[in-house]
Structure formats: structure tokens, C-alpha cells
Write a protein of this length. Structure first.
Length: 328
């Protein structure tokens, strides 16, 4: 066998592999963004695949990574950042590209101008729910002093806490079937200094002693110990069909916060059936609902609360979103 010949053939091959390997490792380093401006552009470019607000998302993810406010980015566009930070940012962009919600990555969401801590145990508060709160706050009954209000299915506490901030004389019950959701609501109440006006949950007695926060854990209205003037709720109302349809966008949020039974109205109907026992004679109900369920819910309300008048309100996109039951 002519060994020399075969070595001659192998040597260029080895050299070629050697250079390819160097090229493989060095190229990304050469290409990697070196300053904030470059990283923001890279992030935006990638996020365009899944978001119409790619630039804003890129900025928020970078702020989150470097733990600095937005102004810092704009004042330091040319600032070089470490490889470690760059990798962290890239990891978050990658996570977001799976459609994992931005609010969960950031661990917070703004609602009615207030910041709320959130995690995957709670629904991400929606603008439609801000409209429900606004509608309630503008109602006649909200002008009364010392109201007793129950927010059923409080999640991160956004409805109860916003109302507590706006109506300082109100006594508010915030309830949920999920203990882990109540823990988030509890932390938010403490953060916004309204915890003392919310009632107790057995599971967080220690915490309650420490900071005076009290919540109710239970199924719909059953945990209320007294009648209230107002029931307000954004209960799960997504139907089976819609859950399948929007699964791609909803799959990271807790199913029990979204899914309202086969046609979506299971929990709201159940609440309407129980309401007469828990509502004061002149009490009112404010519910977030889906447009497809509104008529069915009015019929259920008429059956159980025949003295009440039903009003429907559309959201900003023109869809029926609020069912308001008040005295005739
Ligand atoms: C659509 S989320 C609303 C959360 C929050 N109020 C908001 O508007 O962002 C519904 C909430 O109701 C709670 N929930 C579901 N079934 C319940 C039940 N049977 N009784 C009380 N709460 C329930 C869920 O755990 C979830 O936190």
C-alpha cells in the first residue's frame, strides 16, 4: 500500500476541517452584537416573527435582562454589554419565540395604571377587564360609601385591588378557588397597601398575622360569610371550541382560569343561581362575559333574579363584554 499517497490526500482534508471548525466558532463571536443598539435590533428582528410590537418587546426584554429602566437603553445605545448578558437576553428572546407570554417573562403586568406581579398561577389581566372595572367605577352604585363588594375569581387580584384603591371606604372580599392564585393576589394587595381591607383565608393565617392580609379561598360565592352590595367577576368563560381554536395563544395560562365548561357559561350560570342568597336587596352584579353567551346568561339571570334588569355593554372592539344586573 502506498502510504505516502494516502497521507497526501488526507492532509488537505484535515486542514480544511481545522479551518472550518475555527470559522464555526469564531464567526458567531465576530457577528455577535457588541452594544445595546445591536442587541435591540437583533431582538426586534427575531421577535417580528411572532409580534407586531417587536421593537417594544425587544426593549422590555433587554431592560429585564440588565435590570435597568427604558431610559437607560436610549442613553447608552453604544454601550457594550457582556457576552453573559447577551446570552441571557438571547435566551429570553428564544423563550418568547415559543409564544410564552411576555408578561410571564417579565413577571408583571400593568392594569388600570397599577403594576401587578404575576406568574403562571394566574391569568394575565386583560384590557377588557379594565373596561369592566371602569364601567363599575362609573356606575351609580359605586358612588355609595361603605359598600361591601365581592370579587369572585380574583386571580392576581387586579379587580379587587384597583377597586380598593379607588373606593377607600369599601370593604372588599377577594375570592378564588386556587390557593396559588390567592398567594399572588395577596402579594399584590400588600404591594399596593390595601391588604388590611381584604378578608381572611385559612391557608395564609401566618402571613395574615404578619401583614394583616386576608383572602377567601372557595368555590364561587360559597365562602362569603355575609351579603354584599356588589358582586363583580371575571370568571372563566372560554368554551371548548374557543379553547381549541385559541390554544396556541392560551396554552401557557392556567386552564382553570380560562375554561368555562363545554359552552363557556358553566361558572357564570352557577354564580347567577347562587347570587340571590349572597346579594343584598338593592345589590348589583357586574360580569365579564363572552358575546356568544350574553343572551343565555340574561335568561339565567331572569330565572334567578327576576326583579333585576339586565344591561349589556360592548367593549372597545365592539363586542358585548359586560353583563350588568341592577334593580329595576
Ligand atoms: C378569568 S380568571 C380572572 C382573574 C382576574 N379576576 C382577572 O380578571 O384577571 C378566573 C379566575 O377564577 C378562578 N376560578 C375558577 N373557578 C372558580 C370557582 N369555581 N370559584 C372561584 N374562583 C374560581 C380561577 O382560579 C381564576 O383565578
Amino acid at each position: 500500500m502506498n502510504l505516502n499517497v494516502s497521507m497526501e490526500r488526507v492532509a488537505p482534508l484535515r486542514i480544511s476541517i481545522f479551518y472550518k471548525t475555527i470559522f464555526f466558532f469564531v464567526t458567531p463571536i465576530m457577528k455577535s452584537p457588541k452594544n445595546i443598539k445591536c442587541l435591540l435590533q437583533k431582538g426586534e428582528q427575531k421577535l417580528q416573527k411572532i409580534s407586531k410590537e417587536a421593537r417594544i418587546e425587544s426593549e422590555l426584554l433587554l431592560c429585564h435582562t440588565i435590570k435597568k429602566p427604558k431610559e437607560y437603553l436610549f442613553q447608552n445605545l453604544e454601550k457594550k454589554i457582556s457576552k453573559n448578558t447577551e446570552n441571557k437576553f438571547k435566551h429570553l428572546v428564544k423563550k418568547r419565540l415559543t409564544r410564552f407570554p411576555l408578561a410571564y417573562i417579565l413577571g408583571k403586568k400593568e392594569f388600570f395604571g397599577l403594576g401587578f406581579k404575576i406568574n403562571q398561577n394566574v391569568l394575565i389581566p386583560r384590557p377588557e377587564t379594565e373596561e369592566l372595572v371602569e364601567y363599575f367605577l362609573k356606575s351609580k352604585i359605586a358612588k355609595k360609601k361603605n359598600l361591601k363588594i365581592a370579587d369572585i375569581g380574583t386571580g392576581c387580584g387586579c379587580i379587587a385591588i384597583t377597586i380598593a384603591k379607588k373606593l377607600p371606604t369599601a370593604k372588599i372580599y377577594a375570592t378564588d378557588i386556587s390557593q396559588s392564585a390567592l398567594k399572588v393576589a395577596h402579594a399584590n394587595a400588600r404591594r399596593h397597601h390595601v391588604s388590611k381591607r381584604i378578608n381572611p383565608a385559612p391557608f395564609c393565617r401566618k402571613a395574615a398575622k404578619r401583614c394583616g392580609i386576608k383572602f377567601l379561598k372557595g368555590n364561587l360565592l360559597s365562602c362569603l360569610s355575609e351579603k354584599v352590595d356588589v358582586i363583580i367577576a371575571n370568571l372563566p368563560y372560554i368554551s371548548d371550541k374557543d379553547y381549541q381554536k385559541y390554544f396556541k395563544n392560551l396554552k401557557f395560562e392556567p386552564r382553570k382560569a380560562l375554561f368555562g365548561g363545554r359552552n363557556g357559561s358553566f361558572y357564570i350560570k352557577k354564580l347567577l343561581r347562587a347570587a340571590p342568597k349572597y346579594l343584598k336587596p338593592n345589590g348589583e352584579i357586574f360580569l365579564e362575559t363572552s358575546p356568544e353567551q350574553s343572551l343565555e346568561l340574561i335568561l339565567e339571570a331572569k330565572k334567578n333574579l327576576p326583579k333585576m334588569k339586565a344591561e349589556l355593554k360592548k367593549d372597545l372592539s365592539g363586542k358585548i363584554r359586560i353583563l350588568h344586573l341592577k334593580q329595576k
